[in-house]
Write a protein that binds this ligand. Structure first.
Ligand code: GDP
Ligand code: MG
Length: 368
């Protein structure tokens, strides 16, 4: 939907705003200088002044053409997993247990830092976990058209059962078409009732395999490290069925998981590489910002030289703080990256301005 403010149109036609407004009123359009009109109306009124309007989509200019993926270049990549579930059912504890028992790095006493995502190495393969708190991050990403999650682990406490946010999580996962693995947690508790959890989930379309359904249920204790290994095996089995592949040979493409200003490093962003390989020194555009990868770190603050598909890395070298879910693209040159960023900034400004002037106007939400 292309549109323009009346005042802006008058400027482009080299006319006084009053003249354009007057002509529009004669055409039956009651407008003010700030009113946004569609391209068709703009073209009509321009004709009245003997001008021709050519509609140029700035939106199109914000889109980066990605390199084509050749089938023979595709290789297996680790699954990206989000843990969801009701508050206090053990999401954080599960993430902590998984992380501390499956660290890629065996260096004793290595200090972890929260970057919003991390990767673990299991005997069956690597898994990437997003650990930005639950539902919000998931829905925020989805709202940006960025479904980065391949598999959802739904944590349900065996003593508390199916609750409001459990159902919410199921809805989100289903809408995103992401398969769910149920982790029935806290089975160490004396009042744990895993069967009750199973029963309660059937009406929500999650039927256990041993009851003739297709949903994998794992009974675990995040606290006592029971059943976690099996859960991870099930995740990787599911990943195999999904046949997750990416091309590591192209320029890196990814999504921002989270971003902030670090007192020492300046703006930093955790980027989940979705395809290609990201390297130190790569010029990039991320949302409305650009830069060059000055340094990359993992969740142990170790410096990395490169990061392939499904790898989360914290990068420095940005000229601003992007939003969660913003797209990340490596480009040929820093100049090209700056140009894209500036077009996007311009586009963002005008869409926000037109929305302020006319909140009812439909604008493109997923603008990149
Ligand atoms: P979240 O809100 O889903 O992130 O839940 P937390 O991970 O913060 O866990 C909530 C509480 O449940 C904490 O006190 C945990 O120690 C406890 N908890 C988590 N997992 C287990 C478990 O397997 N068994 C028991 N007994 N307690 C657990
Ligand atoms: Mg938590």
């Amino acid at each position: 939907l292309e549109s323009i403010q009346v005042g802006e149109l008058a400027k482009k036609l080299n006319l006084k705003p009053g003249d354009v407004i007057g002509r529009l009123m004669k055409m039956g359009e009651m407008v003010t200088i700030n009113k946004v009109i569609d391209a068709e109306t703009a073209a009509l009124v321009a004709t009245e002044f003997g001008c021709e309007v050519r509609v140029v989509s700035l939106y199109d200019e914000t889109i980066i053409k990605e390199e084509e993926d050749l089938a023979e270049a595709m290789v297996r990549r680790p699954p990206v997993v989000t843990i969801m579930g009701h508050v206090d059912h053990g999401k954080t504890r599960l993430l902590d247990t998984i992380r501390s028992t499956n660290v890629i790095d065996t260096e004793a006493g290595a200090i972890t830092q929260h970057i919003g995502a991390y990767q673990v190495e299991t005997p069956q393969g690597r898994i990437t976990f997003l650990d930005t708190p639950g539902h919000e991050a998931f829905t925020a990403m989805r709202a940006r058209g960025a479904s980065v999650t391949d598999i959802v682990i739904l944590v349900v406490a065996a003593d508390d059962g199916v609750k409001e946010q459990t159902v919410e999580a199921i809805t989100h996962a289903k809408e995103a078409n992401v398969p769910i693995i149920v982790a029935v947690n806290k089975i160490d508790l004396p009042n744990a009732n895993p069967d009750k959890v199973k029963q309660a989930l059937v009406p929500h379309g999650l039927q256990p395999e041993d009851w003739g359904g297709t949903t994998v249920f794992c009974e675990i204790s995040a606290k006592n490290n029971i059943g976690i290994e099996h859960l991870l095996e099930m995740v990787l089995l599911q990943a195999e069925l999904l046949d997750l592949k990416a091309n590591p040979t192209v320029k890196a493409v990814g999504r921002v998981v989270e971003a902030r200003v670090d007192p020492g490093k300046g703006p930093v962003a955790t980027v989940l590489v979705q395809k290609g390989t990201l390297r130190e020194g790569d010029p990039f555009v991320v949302g409305v910002y650009s830069g060059r990868v000055r340094a990359m770190f993992d969740d142990f603050n170790h410096r990395l030289k490169e990061a392939g598909p499904a790898t989360p890395v914290e990068i420095t070298g940005l000229d601003g703080v992007p939003g969660s879910g913003d797209p990340f693209h490596v480009l040929e040159t820093e100049k090209e990256a700056r140009e894209f960023a500036s077009v996007r900034q311009h586009y963002k400004q005008i869409t926000e301005a037109s929305q302020r002037a006319q909140p009812s106007l439909r604008t493109l939400d997923n603008w990149m």
